[in-house]
Design a binder for this molecule. Structure first.
Ligand code: SF4
Length: 365
């Protein structure tokens, strides 16, 4: 069956709510048609600039306004990043994903350093992904020219529920950045988080937004919220394994070619639970003991699990060939110093405001 780009919320909900055994069977069948079921891609997430973010994402301990216990750091050096990438490669990772807690990319020395990091990792024969916030077309072109393989920009949730999570930017900004990335040869990684208090309709709404993109994202991370103390979502109840399995299986059915990634929340899942997700079509994980700032299983634990399940890590550039790297001195793009007007809806999200006030008072005391 050809990939469909016209899924409706109702159809997706119908799939999501099928009897579990039928859902698993259908998802596993789609999975086998499009992927090797015994191969799982392994990515390492590296926080190259942690904390101090001006945004108000209700789930994120890196938002400066929530004063959580995370240790912030300035942009890492290129050498530090190279050392971490080599470590990840020797542990079996095929991709390094570099995350910076920025609202959007700003032209200048820091972005130039990120471009150098991209060149350095691509030359190590690893896939390079970045998640740096909103991006203009020129910035996307410059990343592509440096050898970027993928750009991550999550939609997080449905357009409707987005307004209950973030007030400092709009859903349409996310789509615009994805569109800018699509104008290059960089692949798109975009997914979301479940367990933020959203309804099943919102989960389906997010999947509508992702699956109706044409082409669909090459990778879709499915995160389970890790509630962090000090954030507005600190008291959210954990999602059950059944919800995770249903979400993975539904994603697999409606986006057959995509690599579905088990992301945040894996520490709360048993190996059996993760195995069920792999059966349901997950074929990518984040490895390493930290996912930006939240805990994640150790790489050696993951490799033991792979051995027990007979899974093999995917080799780099299996799905798409290695991009060329153009050196900075030979770049055909100039830094434009653009200041795009990304939106600032600024509506009130009660739990975000209450948390901010609470944290302010705590800091004063
Ligand atoms: S999720 Fe990203 S944009 Fe939102 S507060 Fe955290 S670091 Fe900033």
């Amino acid at each position: 069956m050809a990939t469909r780009h016209n899924w409706t919320k109702e159809e997706i909900l119908e799939i999501y709510n099928k009897p579990l055994m039928e859902l698993l069977y259908e998802a596993a069948t789609v999975h086998r048609k499009h992927h090797d079921p015994n191969t799982v891609q392994v990515s390492t997430l590296l926080s190259i600039k942690t904390g101090g973010c001006p945004e108000d994402c209700g789930y994120c301990p890196q938002a400066a306004r929530y004063h959580t216990d995370i240790e912030g750091n300035d942009l890492m050096s290129v050498n530090h990043v190279k050392a971490q990438a080599l470590r990840a490669k020797s542990a079996g990772s095929s991709r390094v994903c570099m995350g910076a807690a920025w609202r959007n990319v700003k032209d200048g020395p820091e972005f130039d350093n990120v471009l150098e990091m991209v060149r350095t990792i691509n030359k190590l024969d690893m896939e390079v992904c970045c998640t740096l916030g909103m991006l203009t077309e020129n910035q996307a072109q410059r990343l592509a020219e440096a050898g970027l393989y993928a750009y991550n920009h999550n939609l997080d949730t449905s357009e409707e529920y987005y307004k209950e999570v973030i007030s400092t930017r709009g859903f349409e900004d996310r789509l615009e950045t994805i569109d800018n990335v699509r104008k290059t040869n960089v692949t798109v990684c975009s997914g979301g988080i479940i367990g933020m208090g959203e309804k099943e309709e919102d989960r389906a709404g997010m999947l509508v937004a992702l699956s109706t993109l044409n082409p669909q994202p090459e990778s879709v991370p499915i995160n389970a919220l890790v509630p962090v103390e000090g954030t507005p979502m600190e008291e959210q109840a954990p999602v059950s394994i059944w919800e995770m399995v249903r979400m993975v299986a539904t994603t697999r059915i409606i986006m057959p070619e995509t690599q579905v990634r088990l992301s945040a929340g894996r520490t709360q899942m048993s190996r059996e639970g993760q195995a069920m997700c792999f059966f349901a079509g997950a074929n990518s994980i984040f490895a390493g003991d930290k996912l930006l700032t939240t805990p994640n299983p150790d790489v050696s634990e993951d490799m033991q699990m792979f051995k027990a399940l007979g899974l093999n890590p995917q080799k780099p550039f299996t799905k798409k060939s290695k991009p060329e790297t153009v050196e900075a001195s030979e770049s055909k793009y100039n830094s434009l110093g653009e200041k795009p007007k990304w939106s600032r809806p600024g509506h009130t999200i009660e739990r975000n405001v209450i948390t901010e006030e609470k944290q302010k008072a705590k800091a004063k005391a």
